[in-house]
Design a protein around this ligand. Structure first.
Ligand code: CO
Length: 210
């Protein structure tokens, strides 16, 4: 249990340090949150959302799962998006994939891993859709990096294709969905340049109410 005690004493020191630097820090945030960004990231412990973008508690509304996926039948992810967009009125949603992602690596292979295979199926579908492009790449590392990018691009689209995002655009609310990739070798983020900020950014098939 020693390692857990370490966490709790770390917490005491952290809270004291934050309060010393800004006595109002906790009290000013206690009654409500007003985050400016949603972060959709991988559960991977090497990609701590707040840390890599230098934000503090209260700045980032976070949803993380294996492979940073947005699946339209996932009640958890849909609830995060709906609350963030409709209630918190967050303006930017960042979907962040990362190089060295175990979910992407697993989806590139064919080894059965159990229940998680059902969840990884969505990443495997992205692999299948871009099979030719991936097969043409030089090695496994290049394929994994590219599938990481392609999966991130797909998840940007999946956010934008929700009725939740489209309803926000219909009522004139600003909402931009961005795709970034974090390089675990350098600690750097790369914007994939695939931002969607209106229904024109998604294929006609997915547009609702047109
Ligand atoms: Co990952």
């Amino acid at each position: 249990m020693d390692e857990l005690r370490t966490l709790l004493s770390n917490n005491r020191r952290w809270a004291a340090r934050v309060k010393a630097a800004d006595p109002e820090f906790f009290s000013s945030r206690a009654s409500q949150q007003t985050p400016r960004f949603v972060w959709v990231g991988c559960s991977d412990s090497r990609v701590p959302s707040d840390t890599v973008v230098g934000l503090k508690p209260g700045d980032l509304f976070v949803h993380r799962n294996i492979g940073n996926q947005i699946v339209h039948s996932d009640l958890n992810a849909m609830s995060v998006l709906q609350f963030a967009i409709d209630v918190l009125r967050v303006r930017h949603i960042i979907v962040c994939g990362h190089f060295g992602c175990g979910a992407v690596r697993a989806a590139l292979g064919n080894e059965p891993l159990g229940l998680v295979d059902q969840w990884l199926r969505h990443v495997r579908d992205v692999r299948q859709e871009h099979h030719e492009e991936l097969a043409a790449l030089a090695d496994e590392r290049a394929r994994a990096d590219r599938l990481c990018e392609l999966n991130t691009l797909q998840q940007v689209q999946n956010v934008a294709r929700t009725g939740i995002a489209q309803e926000a655009w219909r009522r004139g609310q600003f909402l931009a969905v961005h795709g970034w990739v974090y390089d675990i070798h350098t600690g750097l983020l790369n914007d994939l340049g695939a931002t969607v900020d209106g229904p024109e950014g998604i294929p006609a098939v997915y547009r609702l109410g047109d």
